[in-house]
Design a protein around this ligand. Structure first.
Ligand code: AMP
Length: 223
């Protein structure tokens, strides 16, 4: 019998390439993914109750208040559990209160978080990585480009599906510094938190996306 793949959380500052890696892990390693940022953006686009309340925070580069996000994540976690696949958390938890809430939810569901992978990139490079980012507007495709590091063949058009590319509002320069600040003050304490629980594994994010993924895959199979 093959051992079950570990349940994991991806940590890393905005711009380290978490989203790209999360999609690769989901597709190539058959994980069930929870990406709170994308779910919140869809909620905003669909003007749901959560979306209407969350919009101003996202625009400002601030975290959406815990009381809005925690109940929402619980429902999503149940959905992940039903798939029977190992799960991958991308974007939650983002602070200590959310990490504690996650522990309680997992315990109630007889689930566990096995490993936390922290993707590290030289912080001086993050602003440039975020501001140059462009996304495919077709959600099902969602390919991520960078104007300098991985540009599309034709400007503004997705190589894979031909849809138009766009820049996320919160990837614009005035909001980026707030998001990086929020990561430093609210999310970085989680690194120490999971280090103390002996769950933290560091991944070198200063490599090509394929190389980062190879490091993640090798690490997961050796754990
Ligand atoms: P992301 O796509 O992960 O960079 O998330 C985009 C934005 O969604 C963040 O800047 C926050 O405003 C909001 N967001 C995503 N996940 C969370 C979370 N776990 N807690 C609070 N806000 C979140």
């Amino acid at each position: 019998m093959t051992p079950k793949s570990p349940n994991i959380l991806l940590l890393g500052a905005p711009g380290v390439g978490k989203g790209t890696q999360a999609k690769l892990i989901e597709a190539e390693l058959n994980y069930a993914r929870l990406d709170t940022g994308s779910l919140i953006r869809s909620a905003i686009a669909q003007k749901t109750e959560l979306g209407l309340k969350a919009e101003a925070y996202v625009k400002e580069g601030m975290l959406v208040p815990d009381e809005l996000i925690i109940g929402f994540v619980l429902a999503e976690l149940l959905r992940l559990k039903e798939t029977g696949k190992p799960f991958l958390l991308d974007g939650f938890p983002r602070n200590l209160a959310q990490a504690e809430a996650l522990n309680r939810m997992l315990e109630e569901q007889s689930l566990s978080l096995d490993w936390v992978l922290e993707i590290e990139v030289d912080t001086g490079k993050l602003t440039d990585r975020i501001i140059g980012r462009r996304l495919c507007s077709d959600k099902a495709c969602g390919t991520v480009y960078h104007l300098k590091y991985s540009p599309p063949k034709q400007e503004g058009v997705c190589d894979r599906c031909g849809s138009l590319l766009f820049q996320r509002d919160d990837d614009k320069s005035d909001v980026v510094s707030k998001r990086l600040d929020s990561y430093k003050h609210e999310t970085m304490p989680l690194i120490d938190y999971y280090l103390k629980q002996a769950k933290l594994q560091k991944i070198d994010g200063d490599q090509s996306p394929q190389e980062v993924f190879a490091e993640i895959r090798d690490k997961l199979s050796s754990l």
